[in-house]
Design a protein around this ligand. Structure first.
Ligand SMILES: [Zn+2]
Length: 208
């Protein structure tokens, strides 16, 4: 692939959109009312709209290495607040994926420079679930499980925020934890028990 290809592809895409709907871009320019916020990994193999079959305008998207929801990350917190408080999305999704390089890096004793503080959040997930993870003898299965637990803990981090707590009370916003299985293409709902997690952590994290 070279950069010129991108612009040729773009011209082709415009032609296809206009063939199907001559007013496509007029509608697109009018505004957005996405129903969900998708927080996923930056991995080039895990695109947001493609795997969900969604079109421009249907998902508000944030991606970073290993789909982390870090309390002091101004970027993810800004995206969350804008999506929940202004665009009024009703669903917030954290989507991890198997074979995640970020999660793999956090399982190894390696100095990754500036990535150390970022990946440390995943080491914290490992520490929280150390007994369960260490009991898994197959390394591949342990890696898969850490991917899932990382998604779960990022969902917990979402539930700790004022924006999510307020929108839950106000209009029943839901938080979902998913994993994209890069080996089969399947999107798996981890079915995290949102109400139970919310109830469990409210004793300490309630902001209302
Ligand atoms: Zn990843």
């Amino acid at each position: 692939m070279n950069i010129e290809t991108v612009f040729r592809n773009n011209e082709q895409w415009i032609r296809e959109k206009l063939e199907a709907d001559p007013a496509y871009f007029e509608h697109l320019a009018q505004g957005q009312t996405p129903e969900l916020l998708y927080i996923g990994c930056s991995d080039s193999r895990v695109t947001a709209e493609d795997i969900m079959g969604l079109q421009p305008g249907e998902a508000f998207v944030h991606r970073n290495i290993a789909n982390l929801v870090n309390n002091v990350d101004l970027s993810v917190m800004s995206v969350l607040n804008y999506a929940v408080r202004h665009l009024k999305v009703n669903h917030v999704v954290v989507c991890g994926h198997y074979n995640c390089g970020g999660v793999k890096a956090a399982m190894q004793p390696a100095d990754m420079g500036i990535l150390n503080p970022w990946l440390r959040s995943i080491r914290d997930v490992y520490r929280l679930h150390k007994d369960e993870l260490n009991a898994i003898t197959d390394e591949g299965k342990r890696y898969d499980r850490l991917v899932e637990l990382n998604v779960q803990e990022q969902c917990v981090n979402l539930i700790k925020t004022a924006a999510v707590q307020e929108a839950y009370k106000e209009r029943g916003l839901r938080v979902h934890g998913w994993v994209f299985d890069i080996r089969t293409g399947k999107l798996i709902d981890l079915k995290i028990d949102f109400d139970k997690i919310l109830k469990d952590i409210m004793e300490i994290y309630s902001l209302y």
